[in-house]
Design a protein around this ligand. Structure first.
Ligand code: HEC
Length: 126
């Protein structure tokens, strides 16, 4: 009995340690996602700027991202395929709607992967 409990505990610890450092790591909104949004999207998506004025979407906090545009959410937790925000940064929408607009510097493929993974993992506020 006791021995099997210890074995089980050891296996849990091993599984937890094994998960670290691989790409199954949990994406953090504040450490990973927010800096990307700030760098690539923030300048247009704040009051007085075209992205915000046209859509009502601010990207400067978790609450704002989850609230979406004045027409509704752009992030569906767990569903990157249907999330407008991910569609746009992956260029899956009509080219005229690609984000960011115009000649603003687009996110790198690593940055897109962070956004996608974050939505995939449930768009956590972490
Ligand atoms: C150069 C300005 C600019 C930048 C940079 C920018 N956007 Fe936008 N964004 C806009 C404008 C303008 C609109 C509203 C009209 C439209 O969709 O064409 C918009 C709308 C959106 C919408 C709503 C689309 C819809 O139809 O529901 C999303 C989501 C969005 N942006 C995400 C982002 C993300 C994510 C980034 C950063 C990777 C970003 N934007 C960077 C200008 C910008």
């Amino acid at each position: 009995m006791k021995r099997s409990a210890i074995l089980t505990a050891a296996m849990v610890v091993a599984a937890l340690l094994g998960g670290c450092g691989k790409n199954v790591e949990t994406v953090s909104f504040s450490a990973d996602v927010q800096p990307v949004l700030e760098r690539r999207c923030g300048a247009c998506h704040e009051p007085g700027q075209p992205g915000y004025e046209a859509s009502g979407l601010q990207l400067n906090s978790y609450a704002a991202v989850m609230e979406g545009t004045r027409y509704g959410p752009v992030v569906l937790p767990g569903d990157p395929l249907s999330s407008t925000l991910i569609m746009l940064v992956e260029g899956r929408a009509d080219p005229s709607l690609k984000m960011p607009h115009g000649d603003a510097r687009p996110p790198t493929s690593d940055e897109v992967a962070i956004l996608r993974e974050w939505v995939e993992q449930g768009a956590l506020n972490n």
